[in-house]
Design a protein around this ligand. Structure first.
Ligand code: S3P
Length: 161
């Protein structure tokens, strides 16, 4: 279906790269988290607090199942790739790009963000362990892995485009 999915851990640059790719390739850009927030009418922290993480995971899968737009760029939430069904949908409907950023850079970007409930509730060590535990799923789901270290946004998007 000619979509491009950007996957990877929180703070790896999916939204920034997605927006830039969308500009370069003249394709519409969708940020899954933002789409879910719009559909539900609640922020991500509110969804986690009021309904729990599992409910949020169901919303992510529902979004992927029901999304109809072709020829677009989709930036996914960092946990989307952990479900087998989501992996399958993404691989079958588009090209999956994994943005592989080093953990210290990820931590620098996310550790003060109040909008990421998982980060708010965890220590650096716990988030690092989560990053490690998810890494294999990102690698296996992606058609292409882009290591972002030492690359500028322009270089990353040129490579992806
Ligand atoms: C999450 C990542 C977030 C958001 C939610 C949960 C995760 O998206 O979906 O806070 O489990 O890694 P980003 O990767 O865009 O920060």
């Amino acid at each position: 279906m000619n979509r491009i999915y950007l996957i990877g851990f929180m703070g790896c640059g999916k939204s920034a790269v997605g927006r830039r790719l969308s500009f370069l390739l003249k394709l519409p850009f969708y940020d899954m988290d933002k789409e879910i927030v719009r559909q539900v009418g609640k922020t991500i922290p509110e969804i986690f607090e009021q309904h729990g993480e599992e409910y949020f995971r169901q919303l992510e899968t529902q979004f992927l199942r029901n999304f109809k737009q072709d020829h677009c760029i989709i930036s996914t939430g960092g946990g989307v790739t952990m479900r087998k069904e989501n992996q399958k949908i993404m691989r079958n409907t588009g090209l999956v790009l994994f943005l592989d950023a080093p953990f210290r850079e990820i931590w620098r970007r996310i550790h003060r963000d109040p909008n990421r409930p998982i980060v708010r509730q965890s220590t650096r060590e716990e988030i690092e362990a989560l990053h490690k535990s998810r890494y294999k799923a990102y690698k296996q789901t992606a058609h292409i892995t882009i290591r972002t270290e030492f690359r500028t946004l322009r270089q990353i998007t040129q490579y992806a485009a």
